[in-house]
Design a protein around this ligand. Sequence first.
Ligand code: C2E
Ligand code: CA
Ligand code: CA
Ligand code: CA
Length: 277
Amino acid sequence: TDGRGIFRVYSPEMGNKIRRYHYLIEELRLAIASQSFTLSFQPIVNVDDFSIDYFESLARWNHPVEGPISPAEFIPIAEDSNLIIELGNWILFEACRQMSAWHNAGMNKVKMSVNISGIQLKHLPVYEWVTDTLAKTGLPPTALLLEITESCLIHASEKIIDDLERLRQQGVQIAIDDFGTGFSSLSALGNLPVDIIKIDKLFIDQATINPKYEKILNSISDLGKQLDLKIVAEGVEVASQFELVKNLGIHCVQGFLISRPESSYNVGSKVIRNNLN
Ligand code: C2E
Ligand code: CA
Ligand code: CA
Ligand code: CA
């Protein structure tokens, strides 16, 4: 209270949060203008032989004063401010450029995935944007995968769904990200333009400790298989989770157990060492 018996919603802590929010928007603008972002790459591997199916590109921001700022913090701010459109442009270009270079170096069976936010889908002519970027970077459409969250996909307009379908006809694959958190009915899967289901880490974490979650995981995996979708389990951190996921017949895993996201330099030198292609 302010001493006169009036309660205010405002607190010093809230003031700090709001200040940081506005500060980060301004800093994001500067960082975009000076191209101060990098991408990290995390492999998604087949459970049978650990061969790499694709890399997920993940945005990184190392702020000159604040140090590394998590995408879990700056991506939502970039979305709120529409800065994600310009930033996402750079991300898609850079991810495609990198994979095109790796293809030319011989790693030509591996694909690249890029996270696309709902704001980008809403404001961009998605088909033209993606096909233009592929043409500019020389990456074949069959080497690109777009990750779109379940909640974005179920709210997408007909025009967006149509654009995604046209991209699929060119060979681009669509993954439904954070699956299980968007509360869509499973039957919605039948109408969405998707090739891959990425089951959210939450289910992987719960499944080894709670048998009910194991059953949910099992039924997602069964349904996905019946619909001819590839199933990926994200956030696999320990061997027991890997074993469970493998026994359920899930095709691919991503997680710290296999590899953390790494710089292009590290990925490139490992691939050359192991001659993965
Ligand atoms: P996401 O799309 O679900 O990406 C997976 C996140 O899980 C990444 O966090 C990755 O580092 C983390 N992860 C992978 N394996 C494990 C594991 O075994 N354990 C744990 N604890 N975490 C694991 P990151 O890189 O911090 O990204 C967080 C989120 O920020 C992403 O979640 C995505 O929603 C967003 N994001 C990141 N990069 C981009 C981007 O380029 N564009 C857009 N639109 N969003 C992005
Ligand atoms: Ca993702
Ligand atoms: Ca995800
Ligand atoms: Ca997630």
